[in-house]
Design a protein around this ligand. Structure first.
Ligand SMILES: [Zn+2]
Length: 70
């Protein structure tokens, strides 16, 4: 059975709640930004999490398996 959750920013997030996954790392140029270089993952309810590259890739893999299990 495919995994139904992905770990994003130390949280177990149900894949069913993921709206989209950023292809490019976050960059806003703001000196106070603490998510520079992390990948935004949009969650239902106008919420966003910021994943490391490894978390982003793993989330994409799990989404692929979950959406199209074989
Ligand atoms: Zn920023």
């Amino acid at each position: 059975m495919p995994e139904a959750f992905a770990i994003i920013d130390d949280k177990h997030v149900p894949l069913a709640r993921v709206v989209w996954v950023s292809d490019l790392p976050h960059f806003c140029g703001n000196e106070d930004c603490d998510v520079e270089g992390r990948y935004e993952i949009r969650i239902e309810g106008d919420d966003s999490l910021f994943a490391s590259r490894e978390e982003r890739d793993e989330t994409m893999n799990r989404l692929g398996d979950w959406l199209d299990p074989r």
